[in-house]
Write a protein that binds this ligand. Sequence first.
Ligand code: C5P
Length: 253
Amino acid sequence: MARRKKIYEGKAKILYEGPEPGTLVQYFKDDATAFNAEKHAVIEGKGVLNNRLSEFFMTGLAQVGIPTHFLRRLNMREQLVRQVEIIPLEIIVRNFAAGSMAKRLGMEEGAALPQPIIEFSLKDDKLGDPLVPEEYIIAFQWASQQDLDDIVRLALRVNDFMSGAMYGVGIKLVDFKIEVGRIWDGDFQRLVVADEISPDSCRLWDLQSGEKLDKDVFRRDLGNLTDAYAEVARRLGVMPTNATHITKPTLIN
Ligand code: C5P
């Protein structure tokens, strides 16, 4: 039987060689990990939801002129994406204090920040994705100063779009992580949003109740993760309104 070539397997996704040069197939697994993979579970239906939600956000970004690697969704768990050269940084944008920032600075979770704050972590599982200052990034040539300026602009545009999209459905975007990739166009590079945007990589709180609708539900054992993600999908209109809990693959258009 023919097998396709696996390019990379991460904690929540697999990348396969795509049907044309310069493309990849991004497969969303059901695996959930936290605390640098110390905590792990397989949560049925999570991959289907994240595939759908990431498609929704990436398509929305493209519609407002923010370039991404996304080409099209192929099926319930897979999407076709452009092959990019990933910049080895996790770009985190924060609107409210939470998670590692709240802990590091002794802040109350949910405290509004005076302005969106962007921070960078080195993508390195062995080191636990350490926070790195811009000076390290430039000195070790993970990205140039020009790249960083472009990344900050891109991340703030993503923040504006995502904050508005979520606010419109009664959800506060507390923080999120993106990854950025380079695409070469002859001698010129373009930076695009890559990887995924989903409740795995955002903090999403209900505006009224403060209920968490993101991966913190898994990290902090707060309830059923797919119920939380399905609620986000339902509010955004990317899932049938009656789908609250996905127990097995469900055909969605
Ligand atoms: O843990 P921390 O507070 O630094 O996370 C900030 C944001 O970045 C959260 O939305 C979290 O889900 C996301 N993140 C991520 N992948 C990581 C680290 C953080 O998606 N490896």
